[in-house]
Design a protein around this ligand. Structure first.
Ligand SMILES: CC(C)(COP(=O)(O)OP(=O)(O)OC[C@H]1O[C@@H](n2cnc3c(N)ncnc32)[C@H](O)[C@@H]1OP(=O)(O)O)[C@@H](O)C(=O)NCCC(=O)NCCS
Length: 178
């Protein structure tokens, strides 16, 4: 797949009309990679509940990168766990279209997501990365996430077990000095 230039992409809250594109991006990684532990691709209607839960958590919790109406990637923030004492912690995720990776879009999306979270009473963000995933580990480190530890062989996909490395970020987000 040839690369799409991501420079003009605007970062904005996701809307229902984005759902087919969001589902297509996600399904690419469901079927072809260890980036998610879902194993069966979603139909767009099946993905509606996932989309709807962001309406309750806030529009800035699902951000998309939009280049002239084409969704090139998205980043999300969800409650880490349902019990109330966890309310100050979130889990973040990010997926870019395969032809839009490696051009700084992940960093832009993540920084916008974290800036939006600064409006909320939040204390920690967590990201679980099924490894190996050099791009995701590099992005999280570049943003300022620090490694916590690894769940060994916690998931099985494509007939083998995968480790998940967990990363943590203090909120509100302060961009690391370069
Ligand atoms: C992981 C992902 C979101 C990163 O987004 P991206 O747009 O490709 O990353 P960026 O271009 O913004 O790069 C961010 C940083 O990671 C580094 N990086 C990017 N790809 C890399 C790679 N393959 N290997 C090593 N470093 C890499 C960049 O150099 C950059 O560092 P810097 O800002 O210090 O220079 C994207 O590659 C993706 O969608 N991958 C597939 C889905 C996925 O794995 N999602 C994460 C699930 S945990």
């Amino acid at each position: 797949m040839s690369a799409t230039t991501v420079t003009p992409a605007a970062i904005r809250p996701g809307v229902l009309g984005d759902l087919p594109a969001l589902t297509e991006i996600y399904n690419h990684y469901v079927t072809g990679s260890n980036a998610t532990f879902d194993v069966t691709p979603f139909s767009v209607p099946d993905r509606q509940a996932w989309f709807d839960h962001y309406a309750a958590t806030g529009p800035h919790r699902l951000l998309v990168a939009d280049a002239d109406g084409e969704v090139l990637g998205y980043a999300t923030s969800s409650p880490l766990r349902p019990k109330p004492a966890y309310d100050t912690s979130v889990e973040t995720t990010i997926y870019c279209r395969p032809d839009a990776v490696g051009q700084g879009l992940g960093r832009r999306l993540y920084e916008a997501l974290l800036a939006g979270l600064a409006r909320e009473d939040l204390h920690r963000a967590y990201a679980g990365i099924a490894v190996p995933n050099d791009a995701s580990v590099a992005l999280h480190r570049a943003i300022g996430f620090t490694p916590l530890g690894t769940y060994r062989e916690v998931g099985r996909k494509f007939g083998r077990y995968w480790d998940v490395a967990w990363f943590e970020l203090a909120l509100p987000y302060a961009k690391p000095r370069s």
